[in-house]
Design a protein around this ligand. Structure first.
Ligand SMILES: [Zn+2]
Ligand SMILES: [Zn+2]
Length: 257
């Protein structure tokens, strides 16, 4: 199935393997009309986009748009930094960006020691097993919700990857604020049961590749397979079958900038 847009890809600006123009050329070759370049955000301590690279990054994406003639979006995959709801883009960045993704990542800045311990605990429990405490789940859920409410986040990436939130509560907030939940083509992050419960909230989905090299751009097969397996109709997904998503950041910019 051809995507209307692949809204989550990485390049050499963070931990991807290819250049912006290579990602864009690949999308064009595949017949995908829109590709977002969404590097890890400024608050990622290891391979996030650096603030001093921002201008060059934006320029290069605009150049790729001119070269290919397809829609290449300036994006970021920001972090959910903690209970305060901080994420990567500030109001003054909005003019430069087209799409704002956010997810939990281990090596991001945290606002308080409690946020750091929550993130680290979640990571270790995810990979080594063990039941998360009620407080950890409550804090993680609250961190997602505060981030979604305080920032015009367009898409929550890999919900509950390396962390433990109440996915249904996060989904309700996404539904109310107009934020998409991404079903990743990289690997499944919600169990079948969780995905069904999340869908029952009425939230809308995107399927994206999270490609870190051109070999995976547009690859969402496992996401579609899971949706089909659990009986969620494809019309709940807004970037396939010719549908075009409506993004919060763009709407925010129209109203406020
Ligand atoms: Zn990520
Ligand atoms: Zn990513």
């Amino acid at each position: 199935m051809i995507l209307t847009g692949d809204y989550h890809t990485h390049t050499v600006y963070s931990d991807g393997e290819n250049t912006i123009s290579e990602n864009a050329a690949c999308a064009k070759e595949l017949g995908i009309g829109t590709i977002a370049i969404t590097e890890h955000g400024f608050t990622h301590l290891v391979f996030g986009l650096r603030r001093k690279q921002k201008e060059e990054y934006v320029r290069e994406i605009h150049r790729a748009r001119d070269e290919t003639g397809i829609n290449v979006l300036v994006g970021i995959e920001g972090n959910v930094c903690g209970l305060a709801g901080r994420s990567d883009l500030k109001e003054e960045d909005y003019a430069d960006f087209d799409i704002f993704l956010a997810g939990f990542h281990l090596m991001s800045q945290h606002d308080t020691p409690r946020d750091f311990f929550n993130s680290t605990r979640g990571y270790f429990k995810y990979h080594w097993g063990g039941k998360p405490s009620a407080r950890l789940v409550a804090d993680t859920t609250r961190s997602y919700i505060n981030a979604i409410q305080k920032n015009p986040i367009d898409v929550i990436t890999h919900l509950n990857y390396e962390c433990f939130a109440d996915a249904v509560e996060v989904a309700k907030c996404c539904r109310d604020e107009g934020t998409y939940i991404e079903i990743s083509g990289k690997k499944p992050h919600l169990s079948d049961e969780e995905l069904v419960a999340v869908a029952e909230t009425g939230v809308r989905f995107l399927v994206n590749s999270d490609a870190h090299s051109v070999t995976r751009i547009g690859d969402v097969a496992i996401a579609l397979e899971q949706l089909q397996r659990v009986g969620i109709p494809f019309d709940r997904v807004d970037n396939i079958e010719g549908r075009v998503p409506v993004f919060r950041l763009a709407q925010y910019k129209e109203r406020h900038l």
